[in-house]
Design a binder for this molecule. Sequence first.
Ligand code: HPA
Length: 261
Amino acid sequence: MTVKIAIIGGTGVYDPEILTDIREEIIATPYGPVKAVIGNYREREIAFMARHGTDHSTPPHLVNYRGNIAALKELEVKNILATAAVGSLNPDMVPGQFVFVDQFLDYTKGRPSTFVEKGVVHLDMTDPYCSRLRGLLTDTARRLALESHGTGVYVCTEGPRFETAAEVRVFRQLGGDLVGMTSVPEVVLAREAEICYAAIAMVTNFAAGISPNKLTHQEVVDVMAQNAANLRQLIMQAVSELDPDEDCPCRHALGEGPLGG
Ligand code: HPA
């Protein structure tokens, strides 16, 4: 059995408690060793990776994104469901709701954000997130009566600080719905690796200047904790319905170019 599905757990999602027969693997990659937990769920092998480490010790700008995606590629993973805590810029997207992100705006600054180190490789990024996985998550959430949005524009900031009120105003004007610190470059690298990738964003707060309170990491963690059971239910139901081998344009993202073929 190969591992065709991976879950990348963001803030508040550190442990794959639903999996059985768990084993830990250290996967060697050109970007250093990466730890993943592999276990079974309904006769499927699933890899789980805690993006910030199991003790949340790695801040968003220092996550080894390339290592993590390279390790999942090494395991031959074909589908990634990634969770992400986000602030909302959109009055219709309220804390506790899920958003299945379909677009991003990249405001990161200093992160290694590509596997490409030579040659002319300009990857199409019109639709960065897998629409097949997004559709599955939207249907699953509806059936489970979980409040969700099937599209949303994720503004990725460098962090680790939260945004200023002025930044949030600009992001809203630019068409952003959500703000977070991790989806880029994770989704870009998954696309370069030709792995289907969906982001399950969980709104934990209204963004700076919209929220009446000063933002704290504790608020984010508390809202994630309140909704942990819903998130787990959503992921596990989606995983059990997913056809991991279904062909998808994401699997051919590189075409016949220097990295693909
Ligand atoms: N800004 C950036 N990242 C976040 C936020 C936010 O308001 N909430 C959760 N992650």
